[in-house]
Design a protein around this ligand. Structure first.
Ligand code: PLP
Length: 393
């Protein structure tokens, strides 16, 4: 026996490659905000999370390149030591205001923000409650913590209530949920979640990864959409979606953020977010706040595509956001659909287990404010082709 035996026995990826159905790691040779050149052909990108289309905005690129020349190409150290720039503090101040919290802490990725928050806060005898469909980064953060993890069925607040009420009233409890569920596109019923949590003395953390730039009058996400800033204790977000960069943030009270700044291993034992990324996020935030018409365009594209897909007979599940799942069924069929779309010039994602249950495989489409009418039509035409060939795939 060898530790590598499992690697030698792993055949699935080769098998799908041989069938021309392998959808992962296709290298992008060049990109705009809405298209990618792959294997020499331009495809409309509906597989990114570039909701506001800011990755190629001239002001974002200019801010990033100025910072590159001012501070250098990398942070070469931890936030704790030599990695903190004045720009990190500027971004933290701006984000604290944006999320209406006292303070914020910037991590190198959104994933690390999840680990940095949950693994650090949840100590022995503390209890953490996660929706079954919460993002993997939250699950991993919870697993790294030393407290007890409870999962409740997706959106089932009666089940959450039962789990919470089994614990003594004075036990430490944190309820954690995605604001927008990343594979469903649905929005958490935050007023109910908050009510149940508060009735049981639990604190609340909301992950706004797919909600920033999308929901709320100012684009600040689900919490702002429901006006529950005072009831939600911690807000987590990433910069890898609407904010067109890479990095993550946790916003909350000054006391909690100060404690995490000095205890969070995911902050301390890794290099800081690089200067050009921080500057790019600062620019993207400003554009997002000054150009609300981008959000309007995003919603117009979203509503058009979702309605047309439904009228073609596709099941788009419970989505009410720019993340539009197109439910297909089993893996094979989903990969065939992905291939038809790819060949028609559309870059989408097949979502298969373990991200979703066996027979709930889907194509995930995500819309951008920058998709032109012509690109939207190309995407819809590709799906029309799928609808016509569906019986044979
Ligand atoms: C809901 C959610 N939280 C956290 C993350 C992690 O963010 P990042 O990709 O910036 O590490 C993601 C990324 O896909 C996400 O969808």
């Amino acid at each position: 026996m060898s530790i590598f035996q499992k690697c030698e026995g792993f055949e699935a990826a080769h098998m799908y490659e041989a069938l021309g159905l392998y959808p992962y790691f296709h290298p992008i040779e060049e990109a705009t905000a809405t298209e990618a050149r792959i294997h020499g052909e331009w495809k409309v990108m509906v597989g990114s999370n570039n909701y506001l289309g800011l990755t190629h905005h001239p002001k974002v690129l200019e801010a990033a390149s100025k910072a590159l020349y001012k501070y250098g190409s990398g942070s070469t150290g931890s936030r704790f030591l030599n990695g903190t720039l004045d720009l990190h503090y500027e971004l933290e101040d701006r984000l604290a205001q944006f999320f209406k919290k006292e303070a914020a802490l910037v991590f190198t990725t959104g994933y690390q923000a999840s680990l940095g928050a949950l693994a650090t806060l949840i100590e022995r005898d503390d209890h953490l409650f996660l929706d079954r469909l919460d993002h993997a980064s939250l699950v991993d953060g919870a697993r790294l913590g030393h407290g007890e993890l409870h999962r409740y069925p997706h959106g089932d607040f009666d089940a959450l209530r039962k789990q919470l009420s089994r614990l003594p009233p004075d036990a430490n409890k944190l309820v954690v949920s995605d604001g927008v569920f990343s594979m469903e596109g649905s929005v958490v019923d935050l007023p109910r979640l908050v009510r149940v949590a508060k009735q049981h003395g639990a604190q609340v953390l909301i992950d706004e990864a797919h909600a920033v730039g999308v929901l709320g009058p100012d684009g600040a996400g689900t919490v702002s959409h429901f006006g529950l800033q005072d009831e939600v204790d911690l807000v987590l977000a990433t910069f890898s979606k609407s904010l067109a960069s890479v990095g993550g943030v946790l916003a909350g009270s000054e006391t909690v953020i100060h404690w995490l700044r000095h205890h969070s291993r995911a902050l301390i034992f890794t290099a800081a977010m690089p200067p050009s990324s921080v500057a790019g996020v600062l620019a993207a935030l400003e554009i997002m706040q000054n150009e609300p018409e981008r959000r309007e365009r995003l919603w117009a594209n979203t509503n058009k595509v979702a309605e047309c897909l439904r009228s073609m007979g596709f099941d788009t599940g419970a989505t009410s956001t720019p993340v539009i799942p197109v439910l297909i069924g089993d893996i094979e069929k989903t990969l065939h659909v992905w291939r038809v779309l790819f060949d028609e010039g559309v870059f989408s994602h097949p979502i298969v287990p373990p991200a979703v249950p066996q027979n709930a495989c889907r194509i995930r489409v995500s819309m951008s404010a920058e998709h032109s009418d012509e690109q939207v039509e190309r995407v819809l035409a590709a799906f029309a082709r799928v609808a016509r060939t569906m019986v044979t795939v």
